[in-house]
Design a protein around this ligand. Sequence first.
Ligand code: G3P
Ligand code: CA
Length: 329
Amino acid sequence: PATAEPAPDTPQIEVFGHRGASGYRPEHTLASYELAARMGADFIEPDLVPTKDGVLVARHEPEIGGTTDVADHPEFAARKTTKVIDSTEMTGWFTEDFTLAELKTLRAKERIPDIRRNNTVYDGLYEVPTFQEVLDLRERLSEELGRDIGVAPETKHPSYFRELGLPLEPGVVEALETSSLNKEDSKVVVQSFEVGNLKELREQLRVRLVQLISNSGAPQDFIEAGDPRTYADLVKPEGLKEIATYADVIGPDTKVILPVDDSNHLTEPTTVVADAHAAGLQVVPYTVRAENTFLPADFQSSQDPAQWGDVLGLFHALYDQGVDGIFSD
Ligand code: G3P
Ligand code: CA
């Protein structure tokens, strides 16, 4: 549950429940989102991919072998396949090869069952939720809890799905319209790692948009268009000025703000937060969790939690940089 009120002069930031309360429940389930809201998160964060019949569902990636029990369904054995998505080869089962009705016969599960994260708790038969179901939950919880629960959908692999004839943008716009959330004062932010689809959404949405910034590489749509700019270019002052023409927020990897050396020791913070603020952009880094702490260098989630770095230390270091929010599990 949310704890005591902070001191009145404490700058407030927004907390985004990353994939829900994914440190406590299987990610991207209604149970995960509900727990995040009840724990006091300002926003819940569904990643979105499409089904074969074009319905947006909440999964971190289209491959569902790791986050559902699809491997236990002999009727779907023949759908196992290998695909290349954004230059990465993946083998498994993919949402775009399943109708919504078929997906609803699967049970969602935790990708990293880990007693230390409390997410092995299995207190229900988790389904793969649709985006509309997430918005309906948001509305119900906002009424029950007496505060506006925000929602921060992320469009995953928009160029790839556009090529398949399953563009994500119409479903995002339609669901927000259906829930009367396509308004400037809605507590909604739509995120993407790509640039072109944010520009397209800017034409249709009145809510805030978030340009996500990876710690390496380049937006997939830049790569496909032969645009040589990388994420590192986008967080330079000129890049930030351009982002401000179509987005309101940047969502950088924590290491874009707080770089580490080869031994995973914190080095000098960058000026990205101040530069983004100067460009009129808010800054909400991802993801405040044990795996992203500075030390030790060789941290793996299977190691002894006594070896984890200091999650609150990571939070405070970001807070001291003046971030406007955080994504956290
Ligand atoms: O959307 C912020 C953060 O969630 C981006 O990373 O891979 O967890 O979706 P990912
Ligand atoms: Ca995300």
